[in-house]
Design a protein around this ligand. Structure first.
Ligand SMILES: Nc1ncnc2c1ncn2[C@@H]1O[C@H](COP(=O)(O)OP(=O)(O)O)[C@@H](O)[C@H]1O
Ligand SMILES: O=C(CO)[C@@H](O)[C@H](O)COP(=O)(O)O
Length: 637
């Protein structure tokens, strides 16, 4: 890398940590740093990055100052690591979705007068009208969700307008509850940000609260995605805040404008970063987005491709060119789409006008499961001495042997009330006698080591059947389209056996990012944080468009930009090698590298995939039974 090459920084303000990735202009990863909340800022007393309200209240939150203090600490760590921050030309942030930050009226003056000789935490103490950021795991707003849905005309209608039915963690119901429970603090709220736009504001520190990114706005239950004049839905604003000047209109002002071009430059990095840490004043900042939309940008997904992010929660992100809202999942605008100026009015762009009804829009659909790693860890700890190796061994011995060897045991581990199916709670295991066609609810499987395979199959059959429903654009899941390829990220994607079961059940290749090691001339698994890496991709795309000389470059599509960067990495790699680059020491064989930096880590076994294809209906029927059982038990409590 040349000493003058521009660099790009991506931040990820997630539930448990603030992470940073530093990238070159060819989008190769140079370094990573992080601040883990529980470990590094233990004086806040968080567990898993959050604090809980009173028992039974469903309240889950994080202290707003933890994020500010984490940024102070992250900057110190970056300084200690001697990152050449003066070469950073673009920054962008990602933040946990739905979570909101409430600025006080004093914040206006604080933001306008940041002292470069003091840490941010010392200056932001009075900047908030609410000390808490409601976390995505919060479920304290069920009443507000019911009220919102009832007043708007049902869950289908709300999903049609905003891309999702009412969800406890979504910002709209959260604001509604805050206004009710603490009207004074609500009144003292100058502006409301999402974590992503809060981060963007802090990166610029130019006196302005930066606009909310449109893809992230889709996770609020307030943004009207359905009409050509996208905007805050007036009727929803009024349900949340009441009618008139002090109600819906005032809330619209608190929420502010929305950035529909995720690559627009919204400011320069703040003087605080320049004076205190040596950033260049030329470094641009583009809108931050939600952690899932950002992670979605770490690959350029084509039709029928999905990203499975197996972190604390599991999320399945499916790229689509249709607006496909459904109460079972979420619809979002693609986080990096641009609408070039129209021929009639070449100066106008969507970023200022929010128009573009005649331009094909891009979307993605998202499925979210609370009981992802949480449930896998539970099985590992309960039956396999907390060892992933023992867990994996059991899976290997219990996988179907051939196409007729259909699974006969499955289960549902809803340890926390889940999002899909809504509020499903409890653990339910079933054994099926295939010869009789009967299934029985059991307390425990005959062989305890069957739990691991039963759980993985159940999770992936779930993702298979619901992603097919998205692809086939109908609720029943009927239709014959299934995923063509899946990309895996997140902690559990490091487990090769989990990836193999995923490939068998989904019936498609599973891919992951890989890095080329010039020393050993081999492709290795890449262990970077997809979310902050993709935030840096977005910053680089923004900078490239911002500094472009031709109009064509200014409107360069995100996917083209990322693919070009991959080409440039490939050219560098090929120049750096004289002989066979994929030597015998490779972790991956040549035919497993499907694109520059992307390898197939698991291929489906035809026989097993057949067995799973024939099991989808069986599994779905048992899920319905388990859900009925869960509702019955909840009533009896
Ligand atoms: N070898 C493994 N097999 C299965 N799961 C794993 C393995 N290693 C880590 N994990 C899971 O990854 C999870 C953390 O993933 P991560 O993507 O870092 O989460 P987040 O971004 O939500 O903080 C942990 O909960 C852990 O259970
Ligand atoms: O609520 C959702 C998505 O709707 C969660 O996926 C959060 O966005 C998770 O954030 P992290 O746990 O990755 O910080």
């Amino acid at each position: 890398m040349s000493a003058s090459e521009p660099l790009f920084l991506g931040l990820d303000a997630s539930t448990q940590a603030l992470k940073a990735s530093l990238l070159r202009s060819d989008l190769g990863v140079e370094g990573e740093a992080e601040v883990r909340f529980d470990r590094d800022l233990s004086h806040y007393g968080t567990k898993g990055g959050t604090l809980l309200g009173e028992e039974g209240s469903g309240i889950v939150y994080s202290p707003v100052m933890i994020v500010v203090e984490a940024l102070d600490l992250l900057m110190e760590r970056i300084k200690q690591a001697k990152w050449p921050v003066n070469r950073i030309r673009g920054i962008s942030a990602a933040g946990q979705q739905h979570a909101s930050v409430y600025w006080s009226k004093e914040a206006k003056d604080i933001l306008a007068d940041i002292k470069t000789d003091l840490p941010l935490a010392q200056q932001f103490k009075n900047a908030f009208s609410r000390n808490e950021i409601p976390n995505w795991q919060d479920s304290s707003t069920l009443k507000e969700c019911a009220e919102l849905q009832e007043k708007i005309g049902g869950e289908e209608r709300l999903a049609r307008i905003t891309g999702s039915k009412a969800h406890a963690r979504f910002t709209g119901p959260q604001i509604m509850r805050f206004r009710k429970t603490d009207p004074k603090a609500y009144e003292n709220t100058w502006r409301i940000s999402l974590v992503s736009s809060f981060m963007t504001t802090i990166l610029c520190l130019d006196g302005e609260v930066k606009g909310i990114d449109e893809s992230d706005a889709c996770g609020m239950n307030i943004w009207d995605m359905s009409s050509s004049q996208r905007g805050w839905s007036q009727s929803i604003l009024e349900i949340i805040a009441g009618q008139g000047k002090e109600g819906g209109d005032a809330l619209a002002e608190k929420l502010g404008k929305v950035e529909s071009d995720g690559g627009r430059v919204v400011g320069q990095v703040g003087n605080w970063f320049v004076q205190r840490y040596g950033f260049s004043p030329e470094c641009v900042v583009c809108p931050g987005t939600g952690d899932n939309p950002a992670t979605f940008l770490s690959f350029t997904l084509r039709e029928r491709e999905a990203l499975l992010s197996l972190g604390t929660s599991d999320t399945v992100l499916v790229s689509t060119s249709n607006y496909n809202p459904d109460p079972e999942f979420h619809a979002f605008f693609h986080p990096a789409q641009i609408v070039p100026p129209s021929k009639d009015d070449p100066k106008e762009s969507l970023s200022s006008s929010l128009k573009g009804a005649d331009h094909p829009m891009r979307y993605f659909n998202m499925l979210v499961y609370k009981n992802g790693s949480l449930a896998r860890e539970f099985i590992r700890d309960q039956y396999f001495e907390s060892s992933w190796d023992l867990f994996n061994q059991a899976v290997q011995t219990r996988r179907p042997k051939n196409a007729t060897n259909l699974p006969s045991k499955t289960g549902f581990w809803w340890l926390k009330p889940d999002i899909i199916p809504t509020n499903a709670e409890g653990v339910f295991k079933y054994e099926t006698d295939r010869s009789k066609g009967t299934s029985e609810l059991v307390k425990e499987f005959q062989q305890k080591d069957e739990n691991a395979i039963a759980m993985l199959e159940s999770q992936f059959l779930n993702y298979r059947s619901r992603s097919s429903a998205i692809l086939n654009d109908e609720k029943s899941g009927a239709g014959n389209k299934s995923l063509a390829r899946a990309f895996a990220t997140g902690g559990a994607a490091a487990n090769p056996v989990i990836c193999e079961v995923m490939a068998d059940v989904l019936g498609c290749d599973v891919c992951k990012p890989v890095d080329y090691d010039q020393k050993t001339k081999a492709w290795k698994n890449a262990h970077f944080n997809a979310c902050s890496v993709a935030a840096a991709y977005k910053a680089a795309w923004s900078f490239s468009r911002h500094s472009a000389s031709s109009s064509k470059q200014k409107w360069e599509e995100y996917d083209d930009f990322v693919k070009q960067a991959a080409e440039s990495r490939k050219a560098k790699r090929e120049q750096g090698s004289t002989t066979n680059t994929l030597s015998d020491q490779s972790n991956f064989k040549a035919d497993e590298i499907v694109e520059e930096g992307i390898a197939i880590v698991a291929r489906p076994d035809g026989q097993r995939t057949q067995a799973y294809r024939d099991s989808v209906e069986w599994w779905a029927e048992l899920e319905t039974k388990a859900l009925q059982q869960s509702r019955k038990e909840a009533k009896n409590v």
